[in-house]
Design a protein around this ligand. Structure first.
Ligand code: A2P
Length: 332
């Protein structure tokens, strides 16, 4: 679709993954512009064997741009995505700035691709934990509607940006060398530790990440009746999120049915070897497109057969961010 493509936040963790995904998927474009802050302006950036120069993001950066992939944080999106849309570009925005705006479609191509066509210049890419959850949950919901879902996350450092990934590595190295560590990017020590997700906690006790998982899932499923509760936790893993998911369906469903549905679900790979005790791990889901799903079992606490437990793992930077955004662009 795109003649002139712009990548906003090109120097960041998701921005760099955009470049890999665009190259791997042979995304068609005639021209590409890389935008970041004034700190990066003028720096060289390698892409598909060529050296480009990063430009500073400005209000007039989008003249002639057809498609803009944004991943530079919510405040940058709020300010610049409307400029890009006004100048005629379609924006796929990775931030939370527009996700709950009723005029902005929120899209995971495996779930609600048709919503993308309703855009008015901006399409939102959902929260990373939400994307990874809905890829295996949607095909189950389609066959047997969900009444309630309980999710607990094990989220990688990459979700907090490139500097958080560097911090995990540096702290790990420093602690192993017996050196003291002081948190710099994340609020607490991440190496050899874990903590409740570093987003603001609201008056109801839920942090913003947890609230996003609830609201964004309902918006994409077009189902406000689905009951969801989430507990989001940051763990010392570089780039793949894992999640424990417990579902109560409206009607009984068997473990066998769930496995069959997931075996043919797009974007899902079942990894569920009880004999070898081999299940989804961030080590295996990192750098992969598919969300890995395993530990699929009947929930013994729901004797009426309506409960299913599973454990999933998916790459936060790929399906959780850059890949999903590029797949949205491909829908156009
Ligand atoms: P820069 O590298 O110049 O700071 P991450 O989420 O990995 O921290 O990446 C954030 C991305 O957003 C980076 O590419 C960063 O560019 C970009 N960014 C941050 N602040 C601004 C800004 N004020 N204007 C444009 N891009 C920004």
């Amino acid at each position: 679709m795109s003649g002139h493509l712009a990548v906003v936040g090109a120097t960041g963790a998701v921005g760099q993954e955009f470049l890999r995904v665009l190259e791997q998927r042979k995304f068609p474009f005639e021209r590409i512009t890389f935008l970041a802050s004034s700190r990066s302006a003028g720096k060289p950036l390698e892409f598909m064997g060529k050296t480009y120069t990063v430009a500073e993001l400005k209000e007039d950066s989008f003249k002639g741009v057809d498609l803009a992939l944004f991943s530079a944080g919510g405040s940058i999106s709020k300010k610049f995505a409307p400029c890009a849309a006004e100048s005629g570009a379609v924006v796929v925005d990775n931030s939370s700035a527009f996700r709950m705006d009723p005029k902005v479609p929120l899209v995971v191509p495996e779930v609600n691709p048709e919503d993308a066509q309703q855009h008015q210049g901006i399409i939102a890419n959902p929260n990373c934990s939400t994307i990874i959850m809905v890829v295996p949950v949607w095909p189950l919901h389609k066959v047997c509607p969900i009444e309630r879902l309980v999710v607990s996350t094990y989220q990688a450092a990459s979700g907090a940006g490139y500097q958080a990934m560097v911090e995990l590595e540096e702290q790990t190295r420093d602690l192993l060398a017996g050196k003291p560590v002081t948190p710099r990017v994340l609020p607490h020590r991440i190496a050899f530790n874990l903590f409740s997700h570093n987003s603001k906690v609201g008056p109801d006790g839920y942090n913003e990440e947890e609230t996003k998982m609830v609201k964004e899932t309902r918006k994409m499923f077009h189902d406000d009746g689905i009951q969801i509760t989430a507990t989001c936790v940051r763990v010392p893993i570089p780039r793949a999120h894992s999640e424990s998911i417990n579902i109560t369906f409206r009607k009984p469903i068997s473990e066998k049915q769930v496995k069959e549905i997931l075996a043919s679900a797009p974007g899902v790979q079942v990894v569920d070897d009880r004999e070898k005790n081999y299940f989804p791990m961030p080590m295996d889901s990192s750098d992969r497109d598919d969300v890995l799903v395993g530990r699929i079992r009947q929930d013994i606490s729901q004797p009426d057969g309506r409960g299913i437990d599973m454990f999933i793992s998916g790459d936060q930077l790929r399906k959780g961010a850059a890949l999903n955004a590029v797949q949205i662009a491909e829908l156009l």
